[in-house]
Design a protein around this ligand. Sequence first.
Ligand code: FAD
Length: 188
Amino acid sequence: MNILIIYTYPNHQSFNNAILKVVQQNLSKDHNVNTLDLYEEQFDPILRFDDTHKRRDLSTVPGMEKYRNMITWADHIIFIYPIWWSGMPAMLKGFIDRVFTAGFAYSYGKRGLIGHLQGKSAWIITTHNTPAFLTPFIQDYGKVLKNQILKSCGIKPVTHTQLAGTENSSDEKLRRFLDKIANIAGSI
Ligand code: FAD
């Protein structure tokens, strides 16, 4: 299976980077694995269009071809990111805006969006500080990427593994979470 890891975190001294390493180390060697580190890549997350660069042409913008090809190549996409202001970092949101474009990732049908990325699955891994008992009652925290974006583009199943209270977690809780990630990665 071709697996694309999309990692969004500004530096390598972080718990999110520990998650990335655990995922990379535990995926079976039978898979082809490619990691896209959006900050290392210095990805430009700003979507631009104007009178000469039309919105309808966003799915063929040459600068994004590399990323469209990565998505096309992948059978399974793993997203790793922290929750910032209830959702994904702006860097990742900009990646979605610029790469998951109409004509490439979906098109408009009479009854809503038609996903073009069928046959792919995804795993979202997020960390946040809010206590776990609150997250079912608050908006986003990974739900938007899972339900409104990936599923709308035809990607399913999409699973989500999240760690609540990250910065206040004991070393033991952090270790148990990394063990859980290792087990899931190893089972893919
Ligand atoms: P870190 O801060 O790097 O580490 C967390 C813990 O893990 C620390 O105890 C650290 O010592 C330990 N650790 C680090 N590296 C390792 C390692 N390699 N192995 C084992 N342990 C390690 N939270 C919310 O709940 N809701 C919000 O809306 C929200 N908005 C935010 C907005 C912004 C702009 C920012 C910066 C933060 C926001 N947060 C929010 C908090 C954010 O979600 C957490 O800071 C983040 O999820 C923690 O992940 P981290 O990788 O930065 O952890």
